[in-house]
Design a protein around this ligand. Structure first.
Ligand code: ZN
Length: 260
């Protein structure tokens, strides 16, 4: 009997300890979910690929929980939003990578830039809406719904052409946002030094070869940061994604402050 009692005691102790460790772990996860997601996004994909498979499942699980928590914590802010907010969305979705060039996917580029934009806008005290956090990239139908009520909505894309030498920046909008579109393209040019396409970086939606774009028709702007099909331009944009976002964010912040 003594033995069983001892065993019962130590088992009880063990479950209490495990419970304490687990609850401490989740408390930390709840407290630092945004930071964890933010840090995770900073880690280059090449490094993530080096995580062993058995550890990757755990890391993936923890990051998924952190993203959900970060999202849940964000929700109350949506209801207390003041007059203005800026919407930044990433083109394509988790199901559709957009244009590809070798191992480079458009959706990876634009998600990084969207996250960096959201970061800089948030830092400047601007309310931001996005079509996902972390690696999440909701489809266009969800992105379009965010436009209403925004002082400005920007969706980020990468251009692609069969001709691998094609390069340049363009922002597509309705004519009323011509100046803003040109400013956004020029902000990218400051970093990449690439050429401005269309009318000084502006493409008129009504004259766009792509036909009607839902995001633009609903009042948003579409930025084509550069050509993923051009190896040099794609590599440059990949390495300077955060700098590019920082320059664009300055234009959006200035515009948002004027709109209020
Ligand atoms: Zn695209």
């Amino acid at each position: 009997m003594k033995l069983i009692d001892n065993w019962k005691e130590s088992y009880k102790l063990l479950t209490v300890k495990l419970g304490a460790i687990l609850s401490a772990f989740f408390t930390l996860l709840i407290l630092f979910s945004e930071q964890l997601v933010y840090l995770w996004n900073l880690i280059p994909q090449q490094l993530k690929d080096m995580i062993p498979d058995n550890a990757a499942a755990w890391v993936g699980g923890i990051i998924a929980i952190a993203m959900t928590l970060a999202r849940l914590k964000k929700q109350p802010e949506l209801h207390e939003q003041p007059l203005g907010f800026v919407t930044v969305t990433a083109g394509h979705s988790n199901m559709d990578p957009g244009a590809v060039n070798g191992g480079m996917k458009e959706s990876d580029f634009v998600v990084t830039i969207r996250n960096a934009l959201a970061y800089y806008l948030h830092e400047a005290g601007v309310q931001v809406k996005t079509d996902g956090i972390g690696t999440q990239n909701d489809p266009l139908s969800s992105a379009v719904k965010l436009i209403k009520g925004s002082s400005v909505s920007l969706e980020v894309h990468m251009n692609a052409a069969a001709n691998k030498s094609a390069v340049g920046i363009e922002t597509i909008s309705l004519p009323k946002d011509k100046l803003l579109a040109q400013k956004i393209s020029k902000a990218v040019q400051k970093v990449t030094g690439s050429k401005l396409r269309g009318d000084n970086g502006w493409i008129d939606q009504s004259k766009s070869a792509r036909g009607k774009l839902a995001f633009v028709e609903n009042g948003g702007l579409i930025l084509e940061v550069g050509f993923i099909s051009n190896d040099a331009e794609a590599n440059l944009i990949q390495s300077k994604a955060w700098l590019i976002a920082k320059e664009i964010s300055k234009v959006l912040i200035e515009h948002d402050k004027k709109a209020l």
